[in-house]
Design a protein around this ligand. Structure first.
Ligand code: ZN
Length: 247
């Protein structure tokens, strides 16, 4: 049940056709796992906190640096040198004191991924490297929970939603290909756009509204200001979802 204060706070989304108090209660009951509290994790976490997601579980092992501030909008100058997750939790609680923020200061590895994601309802991929993205993709498939992929480079970004057993996964898309981890360019608005798309997808998934970004890779090019879509089919031989049962 929603309190009078909650009905007031979320009024503009509750009045949307098909959303209602029922939709808001679904957000309140949800626990989302955000892997990474950086450029993508910042807008995703802020908008999901603002929307009233009941529990946000956020993982990052880094500390805030000056060079993060062009894009990681969870942080301010006073946070430099602090653990990202503690600054992030404080910022999110300041925005919405009704939500629960769980923080994880560990690096996500093969050994701990299952435990760190725990009983979360879904995974948001806000990482900056492919090996951890693949690992989270695999973890989502094993747990049979959706995976919301997002990535940025320069003025560009990509997003895709994965429903295990139903739509193409990250490994169907990239077949385990990798690129060397290195410092890459990024303008802060690119993760702003993509992080918001990921948060939108999460809200749609939880409330059952609209059509998810499944089986489609959305490419955003900020310089030409074009959104392009590529159809992505499931790979029957996919190392991660090839043998997952159909739903
Ligand atoms: Zn797959």
């Amino acid at each position: 049940m929603l309190t009078k204060k909650e009905l007031d706070r979320y009024d503009r989304q509750i009045i949307m056709p098909g959303f209602g108090a029922v939709g808001q209660e679904k957000l309140k009951k949800a626990k989302v796992f955000i892997a990474g509290a950086g450029g993508l994790g910042s807008p995703a976490a802020l908008y999901l906190a603002a929307a009233g997601i009941g529990t946000i579980r956020i993982a990052d092992h880094d500390t805030v640096r000056l060079s993060n501030l062009n894009r990681q909008i969870l942080y301010q100058e006073k946070d430099i040198g602090r653990e990202k997750i503690s600054s992030a939790a404080a910022r999110l609680k300041k925005l919405n004191s009704n939500i629960i923020v769980e923080t994880i200061g560990e690096t996500i590895t093969e050994a701990n991924a299952d435990r760190l994601v725990g009983d979360s309802d879904l995974i948001i991929d806000a990482m900056d490297n492919l090996p951890t993205r693949y690992l989270l993709n695999k973890t989502a498939i094993q747990k049979n929970i959706p995976f919301f992929h997002g990535a940025v480079y320069g003025f560009e970004g990509r997003a895709m939603t994965v429903i295990p057993g139903k739509s193409a996964c990250l490994t169907c898309l990239y077949h385990g290909a990798n690129v060397p981890a290195e410092k890459f360019p990024v303008i802060g608005t690119a993760p702003g756009v993509i992080g918001c798309i990921q948060a939108t997808e999460v809200i749609k998934y939880l409330t059952g509204l609209g059509e998810l970004l499944t089986g489609r890779l959305l490419n955003y090019d900020g310089l030409s200001m074009k959104f392009t879509e590529f159809k992505i089919k499931r790979d029957p031989g996919c190392a991660h979802c090839g043998r997952a049962p159909d739903r």
